[in-house]
Design a protein around this ligand. Structure first.
Ligand SMILES: [Zn+2]
Ligand SMILES: [Zn+2]
Ligand SMILES: [Zn+2]
Length: 355
């Protein structure tokens, strides 16, 4: 968050709750949420400032809102030590779970209440900044928590889409260094997902096949952009990657909904995700990065045209005027070369957690 913005946060007139407003020209929704301006950490420069007290560490549970879910030792109580992975509401949420959507118009404009969920997944009880330092078992539990939260939240008829994402490093939007990811659940389908859904549906109507399955087959056959190939997953640099070293992870078996993932797949995905992140950290000297899970909207059954995937985006370039103005990105690293580099990067999966 910009320091200037933080400066004026105190003078912002409080809106009682977040609001969703729709751009009437392109149909993109925006969340207006004044709480977000009050987030405590200023992040103009890397690295993240060392925090005296980390609210995400075990023993500091009273510094977070009440937990929603935790995988914890038998006999330990909620909001007490003894957990391995813990989910809490975001203290400065972009959306709030209470209330009705109250969809309404304002002249030519559309808006609704900012109803949704904004949760933080604390990935380990000890102060560790990188998911790659966690055990594979720990990473599997994190993935399983994502699944559990999506399964639970999709029961709420007001909510339509759940986006799991991770910000690492100030340049990627992180405000605390303790390894964590987030889940934002929205009452509308976000436009980037909508574009993927409608593009893949168009391909399906034309060819009768899932475009992601077709990509997997072609990438495995050509091998040029493959980063990692395991029995149930494949990772490659997408052909038209917008970002240098952008890397996708997809299940080989067609599945439109991440939350339908099987236990054996989660076990393998834990290793795959850790390996890809280790490769990026090693090849690019611990870059800031984001990863996001693209999955299908809650209110859909199994879809033949959409295929869930993880997109990993190292933040090596800044999105500037041209990209903002056009949606047209300049990528200085050909995906074939990025993939080759990552493929060759050897990693050691046996990194030991702090305890
Ligand atoms: Zn911590
Ligand atoms: Zn598919
Ligand atoms: Zn995607």
């Amino acid at each position: 968050m910009d320091e200037t913005l933080r400066g004026i946060a105190g003078s912002l007139r409080e809106t009682s709750r977040p609001e969703l407003r729709k751009d009437p020209i392109v149909g993109r929704w925006v969340i207006i949420a004044t709480d977000r301006a009050k987030r405590p950490v200023t992040l103009r420069h890397e690295p993240l400032p060392p925090t005296a007290l980390c609210p995400f560490c075990e023993g500091n549970e009273e510094h977070t809102p009440h937990e929603i879910l935790a995988y914890r030792r038998p006999g330990t109580r909620p909001d007490q030590p003894g957990w391995r992975v813990r989910v809490v509401p975001n203290k400065f949420p972009a959306l709030q779970i209470e209330g009705d959507l109250n969809k309404r118009g304002e002249g030519i404009y559309d808006k609704m209440n900012g109803v949704g969920a904004h949760e933080v997944i604390l990935e380990c009880p000890f102060h560790e900044y990188s998911l790659t330092k966690l055990s594979e078992e720990n990473v599997r539990e994190i993935l399983w928590v994502y699944r559990d939260r999506l399964v639970d939240l999709k029961k709420d008829p007001r909510l339509v889409y759940g986006m799991v994402f991770k910000n690492v490093g100030a340049a990627a939007g992180a405000s605390l260094e303790h390894s964590h990811s987030q889940l934002i659940v929205t009452p509308i389908v976000p436009i980037n997902v909508w574009e993927e859904m409608s593009g893949s549906l168009e391909f399906f109507n034309y060819r009768g096949r899932c475009i992601y399955c077709d990509m997997i087959h072609q990438e495995l056959a050509s091998e040029k952009r493959i980063v990692l190939d395991t029995p149930n997953f494949v990772s490659f640099a997408p052909y038209a990657s917008r970002f240098p070293f952008g890397t996708w992870i997809l299940p080989k078996n067609h599945n439109s909904h991440f939350e339908n993932i099987q236990k054996t797949e989660v076990d393998e995905l834990g290793t795959v995700l850790k390996t890809i992140l280790l490769k990026l950290e090693s090849a690019l000297d611990k870059p800031a990065y984001n990863y996001i899970i693209h999955t299908s909207p809650f209110d859909t059954q199994a879809l033949p045209h959409y295929h869930w995937h993880i997109e990993v985006i190292p933040r090596l370039t800044r999105v500037a005027g041209f990209e903002w103005g056009t949606g047209f990105y300049i990528n200085p690293v050909p995906p074939e070369q990025a993939a080759g580099f990552l493929r060759e990067t050897e990693v050691d999966l046996t990194t030991r957690p702090k305890r």
